[in-house]
Design a protein. Structure first.
Length: 303
């Protein structure tokens, strides 16, 4: 019965919000440029303004057309409660088959895209970035080819920043993404304004790059982008209740004095996302120094 109530509540909840507001994404991408190790190509450092601009870019794609609007939203989240019991593969299509074969879709009464694809999107873009850096290493300096590759690298790295920042937002890791839909003995907000109240209104009012930059973690190599993204989203999901407690207690109310607890929580989440993004940029460059692993191709079926 508890599961049925949860699913029905979720289905009745309007699909409202997308990601951090534009300011949050800009701050996260800018903070990622801080402390980036100095062993990357010079052009990448010169591209920091464009990398920051591209942070909010996938939110700018909304309303472009029915096909893009169909595929874009699920890449911004993973409702972790739906998949916590599964051993998730790094291939998104095998993940979809697992959701079907495990009975997860039937158990919760959800569609194939309801749970979301965020860690797969992060891993796909990270691997794309690694491959482009690999191509750059073998391109001729000052050639048209190298210039084109550099443009692709900056675009992919900038867009990657959007999804990593989304993964840092606990609202992007839970079915309770915009109002509490699970059993609610603690009196958390159920309105469809909780998401925006935290990630946009409060950030616009109370958070700056100076709050985020000092909280960055030291650089850390990330040899497996999917594993890093999935673990990061698990950690965000563990912070859903602390987020809702702060909201319940008025921490994100901009008509009150700024709450130190709310500011610390928000700045730490933005810094966590910026730290991971910086690590993925750096790791893509480092990983590109090795040959891409050979993979056995599955023969195409014959009629």
């Amino acid at each position: 019965m508890k599961r049925i109530v949860l699913v029905i509540s979720f289905l009745l909840l309007p699909l409202c919000a997308f990601g951090w507001g534009e300011k949050g994404h800009l701050i996260s991408s800018e903070a990622a440029t801080y402390g980036l190790p100095n062993d990357m190509p010079v052009f990448f450092y010169k591209s920091f303004p464009e990398l920051v601009y591209l942070g909010p870019d996938p939110d700018r794609w909304r309303g472009a057309g029915e096909s893009l609007d169909g595929v874009n939203p699920p890449d911004h989240f993973l409702d972790y409660e739906y998949v916590a019991h599964l051993d998730l593969p790094p291939n998104r299509y095998r993940y979809l088959m697992l959701m079907i074969d495990s009975g997860t879709l039937r158990r919760y009464g959800i569609a194939v895209d309801t749970a979301g694809f965020l860690p797969w999107r992060i891993a796909e873009l990270s691997e794309h970035l690694t491959n482009q850096f690999r191509l750059w290493r073998f391109s001729a300096p000052r050639s048209t080819e190298r210039a084109a590759i550099e443009h692709e690298i900056v675009f992919v790295a900038g867009v990657l920043g959007h999804y990593v920042a989304d993964a840092a937002n606990p609202d992007h890791s839970t079915i309770n993404y915009n109002g509490w839909v699970a059993p609610n003995p603690n009196g958390y907000a159920t309105d469809c304004e909780t998401h925006e109240r935290f990630e946009t209104v409060f950030v616009n009012h109370a958070i700056s790059i100076d709050d985020v930059e000092p909280r960055l973690d030291p650089p850390k190599p990330r040899p497996n982008a999917f594993a890093a993204a999935l673990e990061f989203i698990r950690a965000s999901n563990a912070l859903v209740e602390p987020l809702y407690r702060i909201d319940r207690d008025g921490g994100f109310d901009v008509f009150r004095p700024v709450s130190p607890v709310a500011r610390e929580f928000t700045a730490k989440r933005l810094a966590a996302g910026a730290s991971l993004l910086r690590d993925l940029w750096w790791s893509a460059w480092r990983n590109s120094a090795t040959r891409a692993p050979r993979r056995r191709l599955t023969p195409a079926p014959t009629n």
